[in-house]
Unconditional design. Sequence first.
Length: 273
Amino acid sequence: NDLYAVVGNPISHSKSPRIHSLFARQTGEQLEYTAIQAPEDDFANTVKGFFERGGKGLNITVPFKEQAWQLADLRTQRAERAGAANTLYKDSKGSLTADNTDGKGLVTDLMVNHGVRLAGKRLLVLGAGGAVRGVLGPILAEEPAALTIANRTLAKAEGLVSFFESVAGDTHLEACGFEQPADAFDVIINGTSASLQGDLPPVSTSVIGADTVIYDMMYSLQTTTFNQWALDQGATRVFDGLGMLVEQAAESFRIWRGKTPDTRPVIEELRND
Ligand code: ATR
């Protein structure tokens, strides 16, 4: 069987082996997908060893996505822009190639699974770290009217605006602190890791209008802190990152196997855990 794995630290809670096994069963692909915990200081050797043993492809998760990007010989355009890679494989010439399917996963979950249009809409993205940089390219490709990046550290939001200005087309891109946005947005995406500490980005409640779509890139069994706050403000279209998790995996699977799995039953199965 062809061998695949997800590499991270820690890795024991990763849902990727389960997701990819479900995809393989569904599509009739013969493959094995495991989880590998790389030592914090030995990621490169872990990757090297995996491919030397004949491994076909890796997913990369926290804290190694930037290192995976560095390590690669080649990067797809979306990985280049993301500054981080979640997918590695050898191309037909044997070059270690990096891709990033996170942004595609987010956009597919929003647009296909939840029926949310981004074109012409006003978007607010909270956070300016690696997770946000990873998804901005595919979001901008949908041509929203305006995209505001709000962050605790303003300079990081400004850095992302300068970096993505050249691919923003007609989208009005701007950076600000959390307190500044006051008007209602069409779509609000939380890409901060604040929920991990049970914190909320201190944005005004006025950014949520009657039809505002709320998307937390985080996923947990209970409603995330951010989504609970949005629900408490009266938001009704509130989604978490489970669909994004499954869709980014589906895009990696498609790259490796040339087959597109049906994500809906997989999302449902994970939701019912
Ligand atoms: P990730 O890979 O999850 O993006 P990161 O690059 O460390 O991790 O970025 C974390 C993001 O969450 C940043 O936007 C960070 O804000 P700063 O840039 O000001 O550090 C944001 N963040 C983390 N903890 C937060 C908190 N308690 N409140 C608000 N924002 C927070």
